[in-house]
Design a protein around this ligand. Structure first.
Ligand code: CMP
Length: 143
């Protein structure tokens, strides 16, 4: 299996509910390494740009509003098969459909306020990582 990098976001509801440590613990217990992290409060323009792929969807406006209600934490996760591993830890977009033990099933309130975001493919991960991080902000583990 390949060593991959993926972009993870703890969304405003996750930060508000003080779930940062809980979410990070799940990443680390699954063997994923956090190699970059930053907290920021997205502007409307940033949220619109990040979710541009969804701009024709009926939930787009509400999604942009929600993502700008409070700070988020973005991180780069690295590990074997990191994209798929991360998506398994998050669970399905809709917490009602997510498996027990996943972040969204355990911690999320709704299909919109679903605590976390994760890249869905290698190319998306590359784009999403560069949305939040310059190359110099990423710190591959040396020990
Ligand atoms: P995320 O994985 O970040 O991708 C798009 C986001 O849009 C999703 O998580 C949810 O926060 C939000 N969203 C709101 N409604 C829907 C919906 N019906 N289907 C998919 N995503 C939705």
């Amino acid at each position: 299996m390949a060593i991959e990098r993926t972009l993870s976001i703890i969304k405003p509801d996750g930060v508000q509910k003080n779930l940062i440590g809980d979410v990070y613990r799940r990443f680390e217990q699954a063997g994923l390494k956090i190699i970059a992290a930053r907290m920021l409060h997205l502007t409307t323009a940033q949220a619109e740009a990040f979710y541009a792929v969804h701009r024709e969807r009926p939930f787009y406006k509400d999604l942009v509003r929600y993502m700008t209600t409070g700070p988020v934490i973005a991180q780069v996760l690295e590990g074997e098969n990191a994209i798929e591993t991360h998506r398994k830890i998050m669970g399905a977009t809709d917490p009602k459909k997510a498996d027990p033990g996943t972040i969204r099933r355990d911690l999320a309130a709704s299909i919109e306020e679903n605590v976390v975001h994760g890249s869905d493919a290698v190319e998306t991960a590359r784009q999403e990582i560069s949305f939040f991080f310059a190359q110099a902000d990423v710190c591959p583990r040396t020990r």
